[in-house]
Design a protein around this ligand. Sequence first.
Ligand SMILES: C[S@@+](CC[C@H](N)C(=O)[O-])C[C@H]1O[C@@H](n2cnc3c(N)ncnc32)[C@H](O)[C@@H]1O
Length: 364
Amino acid sequence: MTQFTRKMTEILNHGALNLALALGYKNRIFDILEELNRPAALSEIASATGLNQRYLQEWLGIMVSGEILELSHAENGLEYYFLPPEHAAVLTRRAGSRNMGVYTQEIPLLTSCAMEAVESGMQTGAGVPFSNYPDFQNFMAELSDAKLEKELIDTFLPAVDQGRLIPRLEQGIRVCDLGCGHGVAVNLLAEAFPKSRFTGIDNHGQAIAEAREAARTRGLANADFRTLDAAALSSDPAWAGCFEYVLAFDAIHDQSHPLEALKGVKSLLVAGGLFSMVDIKAGSRLADNLDHPLGPFLYTVSLMHCLPVGLNDEGTGLGMMWGREKAEELLVLAGFDDISVLEMEHDAFNLHYLCRVPGSASRS
Ligand SMILES: C[S@@+](CC[C@H](N)C(=O)[O-])C[C@H]1O[C@@H](n2cnc3c(N)ncnc32)[C@H](O)[C@@H]1O
C-alpha cells in the first residue's frame, strides 16, 4: 500500500465514522453510555436508549472497529461495549465547551441540505438560498448552547476591555447581538445582567420567533428580538447610536454584504462604543492555513454553507476562511480604526476582534 493509498483508506474510514458518530450523538447514545459507566450488552443498550437492536448492533460494529467504544467478552461469549471516560469527556452533551460530538452533525447536516445545490453551484456559480438549510438554525443553537453556556459570562466577557465591560453591564447598558440566531447569547446575557437591555437582530424570521419564545419562557423582560437585514441598518436613522456594545458571534463572514453589515454595526454604536466580532481564526492566504488542525473540515463547512449563502443576492461570498487580514481590511473600510485582535483562551479556533468607536461612552 502506498502512503497515499493508506491516507485514502483512512479518509474513507473517518468519513464513515463521522456519519455514524453523528447518528449516535443525535440518538443520545453516548450520553446514555456515559451514564451507564460500565461495559453493557447490546440488549441493555437497546433498552436504555429505546433503539432498535438490529440497527444498534450495526452501529456498535462501527464504533468498536473505529476505536470509539471498547469491546470485551463475558465467559459465555456475550459481547460488552464500553465508552471510556476520556472519550465521553469530548463526545457527550455534558462535556459543555469541550463537546466535539455536536460537530459531528455538521457535515451530514450540510450534505443532506445542500449536496445537489452545491454540486450545481460549482457549475453555475449560483448561491444556495438559506431556505435550503431548514435545520441549520437548530444546529447553530445547539452549538451555541454547548459553546456559550459556560464560557460567555464566566470567560469571554470578563476579558473584554480589560474587565471594564462587566461593571457597565451590571449598571445597565444597551447591547445588540447581530446575527443572533435563536438568541442563545442574548438570553444568557439578559438573565445574567438584568439592568442592561439586549436586542438580538437576525434576518431569519423563524430564528427570531424561536429566540422570542425562549426569552418569554425564561421570563426575560430585558431581551428583545428584531427581524432585520444587517446590511440595511446603516441607512436606518432609527437605529443610529442605540447601543453601547455590539457583538457578532460567527455572523459576519456568511452574510451576502458583510461590509454593509459592518458599516451597520458602526452606525448602531454610540461614541466610545465597543464591538466584539468573534470569527474563525485563520489567515486570508491559503498558505497560512496549511497547519490548521481543522483546515479541511472548516473549508468544507464553508463550501457547503458559508460560501453559497454568502453568494446570494449578488453577495460577496467571503466564505468562513476569509481570515484575519481580510477581516481587518473590512473593519477598517467600515470605519473602525481602533481594532485589537485577541486570542481567546477558552476558544482556540476563533479570534476576537475588539473595535472601539472614538469618544467617551457617556450613557449607562
Ligand atoms: C452562523 S450563524 C451564527 C448564529 C449565532 N450568532 C451563533 O453564534 O450561534 C449566522 C447568523 O447570521 C444570520 N444572518 C445572515 N445574514 C444576515 C443578515 N444579512 N442580517 C442579519 N442576520 C444575518 C443568520 O440568519 C444566522 O442566524
